[in-house]
Design a protein around this ligand. Structure first.
Ligand SMILES: Cc1cc2nc3c(=O)[nH]c(=O)nc-3n(C[C@H](O)[C@H](O)[C@H](O)COP(=O)(O)OP(=O)(O)OC[C@H]3O[C@@H](n4cnc5c(N)ncnc54)[C@H](O)[C@@H]3O)c2cc1C
Length: 382
């Protein structure tokens, strides 16, 4: 943190400056620009190159079965905003985000487990699900394994292409007047009299009235510089794409041990491993083998599918189940939206909306996310 403002001339000024061009930063830039406020987004690479570029793109608000009620509501609101959001983003940016609305299927091989999960699902009154028995599953998804005894079908779950979503957010933000500085790395926030007044970067100084740190896993460093100790750690995830030539799948299969997500051109994306505290982005042979084996138990034709590519990314995980979205304690004008772990794509719209409202003075309680900034701080300090 720099307390003395020595910069003579800023490269540019904005009311709001967002650090990070993943789905979270890009969504915030979009929602802030949409309110007519001057906005700058700094991205050290290009938008969508971080964890967002490794995501599979599921908007699994119900299938995730969140136990935190605020988070569950926030996730549903985010998912439910997508039809309108997608239409706005595609119109403004000209980028298709490959939105798919066929719904998600969680299949079971054990009667006891299926019954238990269906009973639990029925308790979630805001969710939208039906039970398919074995015959219905076989009718709807002919290639699914014979041992499936039934499945929960969630008709409102949707999915997108995450890189395209990220670039559509950024593109739409630019059309609405935001300036996107790709290839620009924020080095430190500049603070004057306890208030943020700009950001020093590798190409010079940017001045602003408010700053939002949305730099994914690397946010901890920037937050630490301004006295906010907020640890984040990576949960590495590997995924693989194969080509299903003769057996196109419509539904996303969201099983407990693997998910199979149909994409354009008969691609099937299979994910994902979950490896806490691993910082590398290598795909291991073991990881790949495990994913393909688990996928082909549910959908045997995966055995014959052609391999396309495999990749890995680092999910930004915080100590709590929910992300931190709110003002940074002790520094006026500084905010953060971090720790979206395995649901950043899903939560991107609601996070962008909530942050745009907070920057105009709304508090977390009135946005229905009172625990996102405050309770977490209490938990962290335990
Ligand atoms: C295999 C896998 C599958 C996943 N599938 C899903 C899914 O189906 N659905 C879902 O909702 N989520 C999914 N996720 C999780 C999702 O990818 C993350 O939650 C989300 O991408 C986090 O977004 P972010 O914007 O916070 O971080 P990032 O995407 O990492 O963005 C942060 C950005 O900040 C930039 N940056 C960092 N430091 C600086 C700096 N100093 N200056 C300027 N720029 C900086 C980085 O370059 C990066 O572009 C998946 C993740 C993985 C790994």
């Amino acid at each position: 943190m720099s307390e003395t403002h020595t910069e003579t001339k800023a490269i540019a000024h904005a009311e709001c400056l967002v650090i990070g061009g993943g789905v979270i930063g890009s969504s915030i830039a979009y929602h802030v620009a949409k309110e007519g406020r001057s906005t700058i987004m700094l991205e050290r690479w290009i938008p969508g190159e971080g964890a967002s570029g490794a995501a599979v793109g599921m908007l699994a608000a119900e299938s995730e079965e969140f136990t935190d009620h605020e988070l569950a509501r926030f996730a549903r609101a985010s998912r439910d905003a997508f039809p309108e959001l997608v239409s706005d983003l595609e119109r403004l940016s000209g980028i298709s985000v490959q939105f798919r609305t066929e719904g998600f299927v969680t299949p079971f091989r054990s009667e006891a487990e299926g019954q238990k999960r269906w009973n639990a699902a029925k308790m979630r009154e805001d969710d939208c699900h039906v039970w398919w028995d074995a015959r219905e599953v076989a009718r709807r998804i002919p290639g699914l394994a014979d041992q499936v005894i039934g499945a929960i079908y969630r008709s409102k779950e949707t999915q997108v292409a995450p890189v395209q979503l990220c670039r559509a957010y950024a593109g739409a933000a630019a059309v609405l007047g935001a300036t996107i500085w790709s290839g620009t790395q924020a080095k430190e926030l500049v603070i004057q009299g306890g208030r943020v007044c700009g950001v020093r970067t590798d190409i010079g100084f940017f001045s602003c009235d408010q700053v939002v740190i949305a730099a994914g896993l690397d946010s901890s460093k920037l937050l630490g510089q301004i006295g906010f100790d907020y640890p984040l750690y990576p949960v590495k995830g590997e995924a693989v794409a194969v080509s299903l030539k003769d057996h196109p799948l419509d539904y996303t299969i969201y099983a407990d041990d693997v998910y199979l997500v149909p994409k354009q051109n008969n691609e099937l994306w299979i994910g994902a491993t979950s490896l806490p505290h691993q910082y590398d982005k290598e795909v291991t042979a073991g990881g790949l083998k495990g994913l393909l084996e688990r996928a082909s138990v549910w959908l045997p034709c995966v055995h014959e599918a052609a391999f396309i590519r495999a990749w890995a990314g680092l999910r930004p995980q915080a100590a709590a189940e929910r992300p931190f979205i709110g003002p940074v304690p002790g520094v006026e004008g500084a905010y953060a939206a971090v720790g979206h772990y395995r649901n950043g794509v899903l939560l991107s719209d609601a996070t962008g909306r909530a942050m745009a409202a907070m920057l105009k003075g709304a508090d977390a309680a009135e946005l229905g996310i009172s625990k996102f900034p405050s309770e977490l701080l209490k938990e962290e300090s335990l």
